[in-house]
Design a protein around this ligand. Structure first.
Ligand code: Z5A
Length: 212
């Protein structure tokens, strides 16, 4: 019987370095002989990427919070059932740039949707499925914004104000504080080489413990 792979997610506010660190993590795992698949949310499959485009494009029509919430979970259902679960079942590890913690942080902390409502959808779409580990890259919101915002046109989320992102950061930190065994809080204010060293070390430790 094949051991299922681990599901590891990378979370944090805008520009903290998730996309950078997920590549660092993938390299560390590959060097340790672990087969890895890197993916992202919203997105990860052609249909879920189409939903991402709907969610991120700036538009004149106001987007209701329930519409946004359901689209996040619609993309997640497709991603989970057609990519994440089958990949894990083959024994590969999946590294995912954001997952349901982002929904609790952005739609919950940011938009104000009740946690219980998000939890209901989490159960509907995922059952008991949760990330094995969450790497939470943490930095004051203005640091991430300064790193990310040289890219040109802002998407629908990036157009939000500072306090929206501050509530999101707080929500992430609260969730990590409640479950420190599953969340690795990484200080993302440090120079890139230091953050990468910590993330690589974490992946090497997970790879080593999975061989025991
Ligand atoms: N969203 C949601 O609302 N609900 C959900 O359930 C989900 C998502 C799943 C898309 O996410 C949006 O969807 C997101 C939340 C919402 N909106 N926002 N904001 P995304 O992950 O695609 O978008 P993002 O958060 O804006 O990611 P990003 O801007 O690409 O940031 P990043 O991946 O964390 O950062 P990066 O690209 O790795 O790094 C940014 C720059 O900083 C880059 O030039 C790096 O070289 C540099 N960098 C990285 N680390 C360092 C250090 N340590 N020092 C100096 N410079 C650094």
């Amino acid at each position: 019987m094949m051991e299922p792979g681990l599901f590891i997610t990378f979370e944090g506010t805008e520009g903290v370095g998730k996309s950078t660190q997920i590549q660092v993590a993938a390299r560390a795992l590959e060097d340790a002989g672990v087969p890895v698949r890197v993916t992202r949310e919203p997105g990860g499959t052609p249909m879920a990427e189409a939903i991402r485009e709907l969610l991120l494009s700036p538009r004149d029509e106001p987007v209701h919070e329930t519409t946004e919430l359901l689209l996040m979970f619609a993309a997640r259902a497709q991603h989970l059932e057609t990519l994440i679960r089958p990949t894990l079942a083959r024994g590969e590890w999946v590294l995912c740039d954001r997952f349901t913690d982002a929904t609790f942080a952005y739609q919950g902390g940011g938009r104000g949707v009740a946690e219980s409502r998000i939890a209901q959808l989490e159960t509907l779409v995922q059952g008991e499925f949760r990330p094995d580990h969450v790497v939470l890259l943490d930095a004051p919101v203005d640091i991430g914004m300064a790193r990310a915002r040289h890219r040109g046109e802002l998407d629908r989320f990036e157009q939000e104000k500072l306090d929206f992102f501050q509530r999101i950061r707080q929500c992430y930190r609260d969730r990590a504080g409640r479950d420190p065994g599953r969340y690795n809080l990484v200080d993302a204010t440090r120079p890139l080489a230091e953050v990468s060293g910590e993330v690589s070390g974490l992946m090497q430790a997970l790879a080593a413990s999975s061989r025991r």
